[in-house]
Design a protein around this ligand. Structure first.
Ligand code: NOJ
Ligand code: CA
Length: 543
């Protein structure tokens, strides 16, 4: 934003998530790389986003595609090297783009030297860096905890005759965050990247870091059904979201803040946390500040229904602690894409919602093209989550497919065979082609992002829901004399919204459809799947 009115970049800005394997390949191995991201920075700058967050790029055996880290302070050769990273960072900054990395503190790879040492013997100095437990008396695992990827969360180590805990794959042993040496080592990792100039960290599974000290069984989940997947058989009462995690989050925040001036750091921490809202909001911090943005994933799971969304938004706004800055997410590398969930027609409405709610939006790469999930033939499935419970459609490959750039071979993503198949619609759904189409969803994203920059009311203004019925979700955004109305038709029928008095004389600033909505006297008519931003003509009128 040109004028920030005292707000920080991560409050006014828009974050764009890149899944690095799938953004741009430059060395013809079918896998994206850092040089590829660098080569596309002009696209990102012209799209109008402010920051990029890159999923893990550290050396990794890739059992969980980078979320199994073997060295926190280097770059995997498949993505490049530290020199490529420094170049990417410098080039991003030269374009005014911030760069966030993915920090994976809960677990390492089983090939990380720390774990290699830890499993070497029971009296190795790093033994207590991970979570080792004796078997239950009958030889079974120490308790009933289940891996998020299905199956027991405990792996037997025959050599040292103990189990170790892994919330995810057995190749991802959990670190013991109760050990001060682990904390110190991981805090050094944060400093390593902040010293190098990264603008923030997205913290993987922050709510998992600490487990109940005595490892009691988790209670069974009374609502469990097979379609939910094995992990949901029990409620993760004792294995996640323990009170002690908050002191760690506060320590992390203090480190981030130490890089800014005057105690108001410009490095941002975003916590990946899947919890009910009341518990999620604790991660803003109570006694001490914690993460700046605990990721708010509610729009991913919510029923796409106007009244339900209105309630959800109002409740979230009302529950935010004082000074907490909101944030919204429509998709990520773990969840079905927005176009697959809602269909193409509503994907534009969803874009308008994401980019006009109060708070920092995070976009997922290729959602700006309306890319949908890609059906992956069983023989080509790569995601360990999908391989472990193949019948349940839990696999994440469908949402991690290559970015379609243009009409050339492999959509300009790679000169080789892409590591995952492209969506079949790439000849028409690609950046080069959609950039030429004035009413493509890409054009809509550009206009929405430009509107956020041009109108402080959208980026930092107050928020209030407006009375609406049926399929309409409507709200106002206000900053100083500037007052805007956002009205979204979440359904397939014509809808009429009565406008408040102050907006009786207004015009359409932006519509998701080709021909702007009809503004009548004191009302706006919204066609099927239409969203509009309206601006009152007399911005000085009070009311
Ligand atoms: C959450 C990440 O988003 C997901 O992709 C990963 O598999 C798990 N954490 C384990 O790191
Ligand atoms: Ca490559």
């Amino acid at each position: 934003m040109a004028a920030s009115f005292g707000f920080l970049w991560w409050q006014t800005g828009v974050i764009y998530q890149i899944y690095p394997r799938s953004f741009q390949d430059t060395n013809a191995d079918g896998v994206g790389d850092l040089k590829g991201i660098e080569s596309r920075l002009d696209y990102l700058a012209s799209l109008g986003v402010d920051a990029i967050w890159i999923s893990p790029i550290y050396p990794s055996p890739m059992a969980d595609f980078g979320y199994d880290v073997a060295d926190y302070c280097d770059i995997d050769a498949r993505f490049g090297g530290l020199a490529d990273f420094d170049s990417l960072l410098a080039q991003a900054h030269a374009r005014g783009l911030r760069l966030l990395l993915d920090f994976v503190p809960n677990h390492t790879s089983d090939r990380h030297p720390w774990f290699v040492e830890s499993r070497a013997s029971r009296n190795n100095p790093k033994r207590d860096w991970y979570i080792w437990r004796d078997p239950a008396p009958d030889g079974w695992p120490p308790n009933n905890w289940i891996s998020d990827f299905g199956g027991p969360a405990w792996e037997w180590d025959e050599a040292t005759r103990q189990y170790y805990y892994h919330a995810f794959l057995k190749q991802q042993p959990d670190l013991n965050w109760r050990n001060p040496a682990v904390r110190a080592a991981m805090y050094d990792v944060m400093r390593f990247w902040f010293d190098r100039g990264v603008d923030g960290l997205r913290i993987d599974v922050l709510w998992h870091l600490v487990k109940a000290a005595d490892f009691p069984d988790n209670p069974p989940n009374p609502a469990w059904q097979p379609a939910l997947g094995d992990m949901h058989r029990v409620l993760q009462l004792h294995s996640t979201d323990q009170p002690e995690v908050h002191a760690i989050a506060a320590d992390m925040r203090a480190i981030a803040d130490s890089y800014g001036s005057g105690g108001r750091g410009d490095r941002v921490l975003i916590g990946e946390i899947y919890l009910p809202v009341d518990r999620l909001l604790h991660y803003y911090g109570r006694e001490r500040a914690e993460v700046h943005l605990p990721f708010n994933f509610q729009l991913i799971d919510a029923p796409w229904q106007a009244r339900a969304l209105a309630t959800l938004i109002a409740d979230y706004e009302a529950a935010l602690p004082p000074d907490a800055w909101p944030n919204w997410v429509l998709g990520n590398h773990d969840r079905p894409r927005v176009a697959a969930r809602l269909g193409q027609a509503q994907a534009g409405v969803a874009a308008m919602l994401l980019l006009t709610l109060r708070g920092t939006p995070t976009l997922y790469y290729a959602d700006e093209l309306g890319l949908s999930d890609v059906a992956i033939p069983p023989a080509q499935v790569q995601d360990p989550r999908g391989l472990r419970e193949p019948t349940l459609a839990l696999g994440r490959d469908p949402v991690r497919t290559p970015m379609p750039w243009d009409g050339s071979e492999n959509a300009g993503f790679t000169a080789a065979r892409p590591w995952l198949p492209l969506h079949a619609d790439w000849p028409v759904r690609n950046v080069a082609r959609m950039a030429q189409e004035p009413h493509s969803i890409l054009a809509l994203y550009r206009r929405l992002l430009a509107a956020r920059r041009a109108h402080p009311a959208l980026a930092i203004g107050d928020f209030a829901l407006l009375d609406a019925e049926g399929d309409i979700l409507a709200y106002q955004r206000r900053f100083g004399a500037e007052r805007l109305i956002v009205a979204l038709n979440l359904g397939g029928n014509l809808q009429r919204l009565e406008l408040p008095d102050w907006a009786s004389d207004c015009r359409v600033l932006l519509s998701t459809l080709a021909h702007a909505a009809l503004v009548e006297d004191r009302a706006v008519l919204l066609r099927a799947d239409e969203g509009v931003i309206l601006m009152a003509n007399n911005q000085n009128s009070e009311g």
